[in-house]
Design a protein around this ligand. Structure first.
Ligand code: KG4
Ligand code: ZN
Length: 403
């Protein structure tokens, strides 16, 4: 099955074309084309993501990313006749709310043959509603133009499925099949999903059967990294910046003065709270330095202690769920698992727990991308084949949940 997938839930605009085979028992994906544009440099100026700016940038970039993906997949074939005027009118109506997207799409596809694609998949939530809508409208327009079904994908299910793409090299090489070995997930699995918008512990009973066991009651873990980084005068996104400083503090064995709490670590549930930890950093900065800026060495100390607090809580709660569910697989996904310390600590779980397989996506698959959306849609189509035959009325749901 050939899938064209689109991801626009936050600040990454991404399009990919993937060939999926193997069924639920052994899903194998071959990347035919893949293009991604990160808006980080645009949002850096504001210290965070602004939904309306994200929406505008998605609309600006989607047509060129689609063209790049089609070219890479060898599906950018010229056609001497264009689609009918009536068809373009329908497309214009679908894209009426997306600034310049109709013109951009027409420009790119006017004389291009319908590609050899079976289905289009698009993120419908969770995420920033205006950003999600651009992707949905774009996917719907393409589906109409080419007469191909369009299916919605839950972004968090996409992150779970990112572990099915466990290659070690960069994701941009076309025609690269991966993985080589059996790609079967043993259930029940626990998924720890950690990103800028989410912190969730999910029981995966089987493909498509999810139960959220615990989640953050306030800030997401990535959000806490970003806010603490901001307090320390570090650029957005803060996760990688904090991580670099923390690593330096450990490697150089720098002074260890700061002390922060491990919120909710012993609570009798699987929930998290990171807002209090962030506030502790704020109070520590005020009480210790007043209006002065901490030195670089003092910042490295704060970064290390903050990161240690986060790691301790995530590890403790994950262990608690693994034992409760008697899980055979631990999946850890989302942007925050790019963090070196977390990768190290969770990487050791396989030796600590016999009969547990730990699945962590390769670094390049941790952040938002369209490949993981293609993977999740393949799984969903296998589970619910009617997705292809019944036209879907896809709507953006910023708060879409896994259960
Ligand atoms: O999954 P993602 O790309 O986007 C969302 O769906 O939110 O996650 C982005 C988050 C940001 O908060 C960013 O600071 C965090 O992931 N992040 C990290 C690291 N790299 C990215 N957090 C900690 N350590 C990192 N190395
Ligand atoms: Zn994400």
């Amino acid at each position: 099955m050939r899938i064209l997938s689109i991801e626009t839930s936050c600040d990454e605009t991404a399009v990919s074309i993937v060939e999926a085979t193997g069924g639920l028992e052994n899903p194998i994906f071959s990347v035919l084309g893949n293009a991604l544009f990160s808006q980080i440099d645009i949002h850096k100026e504001f210290g965070g993501v602004f939904p309306m700016i994200a929406k505008r940038e998605h609309a600006k970039k989607l047509p060129t990313l689609l063209k790049k993906t089609l070219v890479e997949a060898d599906m950018h074939t010229l056609y001497d006749i264009s689609y009918s005027v009536k068809k373009w009118k329908e497309i214009k109506t679908i894209l009426v709310r997306e600034e310049n997207l109709y013109e951009g799409l027409k420009n790119v596809l006017e004389n291009i043959q319908k590609p050899d694609i079976d289905v289009i998949s698009v993120t419908s939530g969770p995420g920033l509603a205006p950003a999600l809508w651009v992707g949905i409208s774009f996917a719907t327009a393409l589906g109409k133009l080419w007469g191909i079904p369009v299916v919605p994908v839950n972004h968090m299910e996409g992150h779970i499925c990112s572990v099915l793409l466990n290659r070690t090299d960069k994701i941009i090489n076309p025609n690269n099949q991966f993985p080589k070995k059996q790609n079967k997930i043993q259930f029940p699995a626990i998924a720890l999903l950690i990103s800028g918008g989410h912190t969730e512990l999910v029981e995966v009973k089987n493909w498509g059967e999810y139960k959220i066991l615990g989640e953050t009651r306030d800030d997401a873990v990535g959000e806490a990294f970003d806010k603490v980084a901001r307090m320390l005068g570090l650029p957005y996104p803060g996760g990688p910046e904090i991580s670099k400083l923390a690593q330096r503090a450990r490697e150089e064995n720098l002074l260890h003065t700061a002390k922060f709490p491990r919120p909710m670590i012993h609570s009798n549930d699987f929930d998290f709270s990171f807002a209090g930890l962030k506030t502790s950093v704020l109070y520590y900065l005020r009480e210790t330095f007043g209006r002065e800026e901490p030195t670089l060495e003092q910042k490295t100390d704060i970064a290390r202690e903050f990161e240690d607090a986060v790691v301790d809580v995530l590890v403790y709660k994950t262990k608690k769920t693994l034992e409760d569910v008697n899980a055979k697989t631990l999946i850890i996904a989302g942007g925050v698992i790019a963090n070196k310390k977390l990768r190290e600590v969770f990487g050791k779980f396989e030796t600590e727990y016999t009969n547990l397989e730990v699945k962590i996506p390769t670094h390049s698959m941790t952040g938002d991308n369209a490949l993981m959306i293609a993977c999740a849609s393949y799984i969903n189509i296998l589970l619910y084949p009617e997705l292809l035959s019944k036209p879907q009325n896809i709507i953006a749901n910023g708060n879409l949940r896994l259960s």
